[in-house]
Design a binder for this molecule. Structure first.
Ligand code: BTN
Length: 325
């Protein structure tokens, strides 16, 4: 009965209680009870006198089955570990990595209590309103190549978002996904390795999908897909698309051992390219024009003297001159 009622509510903007009871052949009291159950399950249903009921919001469920049903990958995300709540998906993925979890294991959560951002910052997500996930990889690469995986992930996320929303997102080097000058996704890559071998890499991806209130400082720099598109995109669908895009990009990258075959695609989305940037090295700052990336994922910046410098991620921070991007 719930399914039929939801179908009715999705057909029209407002449906009267009378129409629901006649269509479903149940009493008005029964209609009210079903609506009340649906609200308990997280459906937001508005009741307006003389107009009827209006479905405002569908709960965004991301169980293991729901995600796997959408996913058309061979290995990325196939071993899916869903936790309703966890301190950080990166921390859990690394723990699973230590315990021997397979390449492609994906940890997904609805709620992080200790989410981690880059440079020791924290990463906050309100329950149910964002994607927080970490993909565990066991690449046959030299440890120095691991940072390139972050750029591979950025390309995959940007493509997946665009494919599902019709937006044209960009990448702020090395791995922030931005739209309209504001950040909608951050990526944190952590690695366990010895001198010449990677044990595992944990690629943590946080995408702002739903309703989020930002404080005045963040409001200038961050946005969410829902605020931008005004459309609800179920997280399980975007999770699946990211895994599919990642699997494709990762195989191309590993086949070459460099970013060369992905470089054009990455640069086509690189928000910094052709723009003036400020490079903040630990003891030195300079402005320049961003020319693109190297096949190793470093940023190419031409300084005022015309010299082209390569900027290595992690050591420095790069900002736009007039804003965040
Ligand atoms: C950044 O600072 O831009 C990186 C943010 C990365 C956040 C994601 S959310 C899922 C994963 N788990 C974490 O604790 N962090 C990453």
């Amino acid at each position: 009965m719930k399914t039929e009622l939801l179908a009715l509510l999705q057909e029209e903007n407002f449906v009267s209680g009378q129409k629901i009871s006649e269509t479903l052949h149940v009493s008005r009291t029964a209609v009210w009870k079903i609506i009340s159950h649906l609200r308990d399950e997280g459906y937001e249903i508005q009741a307006v006198p003389n107009k009827g009921y209006c479905l405002k919001r569908i709960p965004d469920v991301i169980t293991e089955e729901a995600c796997l049903r959408e996913m058309k990958t061979r290995w990325a995300g196939r071993n899916l570990v869903y936790c309703p709540e966890v301190d950080s998906t990166n921390t859990l993925a690394k723990k699973l990595g230590e315990q021997g979890a397979v390449h492609g294991t994906l940890v997904v959560t609805d709620m992080q209590t200790g989410g981690k951002g880059r440079r020791g910052r924290s990463w906050y997500i309100p329950k149910g309103e964002a994607i927080a996930m970490t993909l565990l990889l066991r690449p046959c690469l030299e440890p120095r190549c691991a940072s390139m995986l972050t750029l591979v992930a950025a390309l995959a996320v940007s493509r997946a978002i665009d494919g599902e929303t019709g937006l044209q997102t960009s990448i702020k080097w090395p791995n922030d996904i931005v739209y309209g000058g504001k950040k909608i996704c951050g990526i944190l890559t952590e690695m366990s390795a010895d001198m010449d071998e990677i044990h595992y890499v944990a690629v943590g991806i946080g995408i702002n999908t739903g309703h989020m209130e930002f404080d005045s400082e963040l409001r200038e720099k961050a946005d969410t897909l829902f605020h931008i598109t005004k459309h609800f995109l179920p997280r399980r669908i975007l999770i699946a698309r990211v895994m599919e895009e990642f699997e494709t990009c990762y195989e191309i990258f590993c086949g070459a051992g460099t970013l060369e075959p992905l470089r054009d695609a990455y640069e086509a989305r690189l928000a910094n390219k052709g723009n003036r940037v400020r490079v903040l090295e630990p003891n030195h700052e300079y402005d320049g024009i961003c020319l693109g990336i190297t096949q190793g994922g470093e940023l190419l910046v031409q300084n005022a003297a015309g010299e082209v410098r390569t900027v290595v991620s992690g050591e420095v921070s790069v900002r736009g001159i007039y804003g965040y991007v």
